[in-house]
Design a protein around this ligand. Structure first.
Ligand code: ATP
Ligand code: MG
Length: 696
């Protein structure tokens, strides 16, 4: 008994010690107990995510079962980071030394957790367990097919594009609004097509069901529907004692509604967010979720507890000053002014450069200068509004051999050869998935859409799709390749080869096709081999396909080498993908009107305000050095009644003339100095006289 007591004391001491590093408000939030739901609403860098990680660790240290904690974050990367942070604190508190702390099996994104629950409960909700998931590209393609089948492509007036149709559909689902309302608010130019769109969406849903596929929105919608059935809701709610959500400002109505069904009285619920950083309303996220939290969750049970944090631990005061000024001009928001005791003499820089090429040069120079000064490349980041803005910089970095990794750019999975290989695995997983099937079968020489459709119809009706494929009479040109294809498919279907051997088998089948179809096969081959290497990190084909679709590898690295071979590299990232992160030095490219805010003429007031918050997010990523780049010659396209016009951009409207003085202004290259006046030299010889003298 005394031993136990002693242990208890030491672990309590260790907990106290871990908590002593937090400030009082943070500690309050970590230790919050009782029935009331908890909302932490606070500014950038004030330790919201740290507080959440400490709370998780503290709950477990006090006996909560990690299996019964649901932790929802914005990306899988964020979930991993959070697990690490919590694990670190936990290891300390439990005195684990080098032992691994307990894992958090239910840490992930809303979509990832949704997918897992739908598969777990597939039988009870009438889904086939082997459903596959369409990414946005697949979903658009299917929408396009259905749109074509319904004859909407041949309409006299142009029917909305497939991407627009999917965006409308997705917005209806995620905002839980009616179609008419969504059209009026966000797509007024499509309002005349309401009846046709309704028909299209109905057919789209049927097509997905026939193919046994779900799209991203279905993962949330399905979870939400499950929670609408009392018996399932009771089971699911009973599974989790605590539900903790980071970045709550970027959740949408549907996600809030899922939470409400999960924890109707708010008991055990913790949400964390910053209204000033809401940057996803274009995807249906609503900052109202944060504003309405107290009334939504605090009513049935105890009134919600709200904790605010104003002390910033990330940035220097001069960086906070310019960030505070920027956001103070925003419209509706929780007023908060961040402060820090990290003083600094250095002001953030506003750097005027002639154009994008010079911008790239300046940034590369500065990055190297910082490295000379002892800053690793990894603690430096270059952020930009849209992925294409880093093109000039990427060239410059490659030229100078500065390794970098880019987040939020073209996804690895969007490359057609990577899609081919994945399609084969998907088709084996779910023979009803027509998109995947169509893609794979047409890789064979001599197989076109008509043959592919005939084969897929036959397989669809068969009890043994692999056998049907084997027995199918292909066109003459494909006959030779057919038996190999059929054998590979049969083997993948039978599950003879264990995972990840499956992936290698698929690769072996695909490589000859890759060689035949692409002139640059060697470069592409490296990608598909990389995909197979990735496969080894997953437990099964199903988990590989699901996770990859839900959270594709975000980073594409410099093509010069496979990702992450260099142990130090510069981070390039879109601002959206930089959420929640921090670096010692941050460069923001193209801080000009037309870029931030992105559109000069069509943006509504709300959209422009979202752009302001985006710049705020970018600026508040910096710890010690912030450099905003303003290229003087930066063309932006403005749509006008007379067609597109190209304009010179100027410094972003979000930094007003009177606010510039808070920055150190740098003009580069510096204006040429006048050469000092050189006094006329005294002639050493009198040449003219000598030349004349020759003839005297
Ligand atoms: P964002 O709004 O950008 O997501 P955040 O509020 O989640 O930011 P964190 O990322 O949790 O902030 O913390 C910012 C930085 O401050 C981190 O480096 C963290 O380690 C540090 N920090 C947080 N709380 C404290 C504290 N009490 N003492 C010292 N450092 C702290
Ligand atoms: Mg955070």
């Amino acid at each position: 008994m005394p031993v136990l007591d002693q242990q208890k004391d030491t672990s309590a001491d260790r907990l106290d010690e871990a908590l002593s590093r937090l400030n009082e408000a943070q500690r309050d939030a970590v230790l919050h107990a009782g029935n009331a739901p908890l909302l932490i609403v606070a500014g950038a860098g004030s330790g919201k995510t740290s507080t959440l990680a400490h709370r998780v660790a503290c709950l477990i240290a006090k006996g909560a079962d990690p299996q019964r904690l649901l932790l929802l974050t914005f990306s899988r990367r964020a979930a991993q980071e959070m697990s690490q942070r919590a694990g670190h604190v936990l290891a300390q508190v439990l005195g684990l030394g080098s032992q691994t702390p307990p894992a958090l099996p239910w840490a992930g994104t809303f979509h990832g957790v949704g997918a897992r629950l739908l598969r777990d409960y597939a039988v009870q909700i009438g889904l086939a367990e082997n459903f596959t998931i369409h990414d946005r590209g697949d979903a658009e393609d299917l929408m396009g097919l259905v749109r074509h089948d319904l004859g909407f492509t041949g309409t006299e007036k142009r029917f909305p594009l497939k991407s627009t149709c999917l965006a409308i559909y997705s917005r209806v689902v995620n905002t839980q609004g009616g179609l008419a309302q969504v059209l009026a608010e966000a797509f007024p130019w499509c309002a005349e097509w309401e009846a046709q769109l309704r028909q299209l969406f109905g057919a789209y849903v049927e097509a997905k069901q026939e193919q046994n596929v779900l799209d991203y929105d279905d993962l949330l919608l399905g979870w939400h529907e499950m929670m609408g059935e009392p018996s399932l809701a009771a089971q699911l709610s009973g599974r989790f004692d605590h539900v903790l959500v980071d970045e709550y400002q970027d959740t949408n109505r549907l996600q809030a509604s899922i939470l409400q069904r999960l924890k109707p009285d708010g008991r055990g619920l913790t949400a964390v967010g910053d209204d000033a950083q809401s940057i996803y309303s274009f995807r249906g996220a609503t900052v109202r979720n944060i504003l309405d939290f107290p009334s939504q969750f605090g009513q049935l049970g105890s009134a919600a507890r709200i904790v605010t944090l104003e002390r910033n631990y990330r940035s220097t005061q001069p960086i906070l000053d310019v960030s505070n000024t920027l956001i103070a001009a925003a419209g509706e928001r929780h007023a908060k002014r961040l402060w820090t005791d990290k003083p600094s003499a250095g002001r953030p820089q506003l750097v005027l450069v002639p154009d994008e090429a010079q911008q790239a040069r300046w940034v590369a120079d500065k990055v190297l200068a910082h490295r000379e000064g002892g800053l690793r490349l990894k603690s430096q980041a270059v952020l930009f509004r849209s992925s294409s803005h880093s093109a000039a910089l990427e060239l410059e970095l490659a030229r100078r051999n500065i390794p970098f990794v880019k987040f939020g750019g073209l996804k690895f999975l969007e490359a057609s050869h990577v899609k081919d290989l994945l399609a084969l695995l998907r088709f084996a997983q779910n023979p009803k998935g027509r998109q995947a099937g169509f893609r794979v079968v047409q890789l064979l020489a001599g197989v076109g859409p008509a043959t592919a459709a005939r084969l897929l119809d036959a397989m669809d009706e068969s009890n043994d799709p692999a056998q049907t494929l084997q027995a199918f009479a292909p066109p003459a040109a494909a006959r030779e390749q057919w038996s190999d294809f059929a054998a590979t498919y049969a083997s993948l279907r039978s599950g003879q080869a264990a995972w990840p051997a499956d992936a290698e088998l698929a690769l072996r089948w695909y490589l000859p096709h890759l060689e035949r179809l692409h002139e640059d096969a060697a470069v592409r081959r490296a990608d598909v081999e990389q995909l197979v290497r990735l496969a080894a990190g997953y437990a099964s084909r199903e988990s590989f396909l699901t996770e990859l679709t839900l959270d594709p590898p975000e980073a594409t690295s410099d093509r010069a080498g496979p990702p992450l071979l260099d142990d130090d590299y510069l981070i390039l990232s879109t601002i959206h993908s930089a959420k929640g992160q921090e670096w010692t030095s941050v460069h923001v490219l193209n801080v000009v009107d037309g870029c931030i805010p992105a559109d000069l003429s069509t943006g509504s007031n709300e959209e422009i305000e979202e752009e302001r918050r985006l710049l705020y997010v970018a600026m508040t990523r910096a710890k010690d050095h912030l450099h905003l780049l303003v290229p003087q010659r930066f063309y932006v396209t403005q749509q006008s009644a007379h067609g597109d016009r190209h304009l010179y951009a100027g410094r972003t409207r979000f930094i007003a003339a009177q606010d510039v003085k808070a920055f150190e202004e740098v003009v580069w290259p510096p204006p040429p100095e006048r050469p000092p006046a050189v006094p006329a030299p005294q002639a050493a010889i009198d040449l003219r006289n000598r030349l004349r003298a020759v003839w005297r």
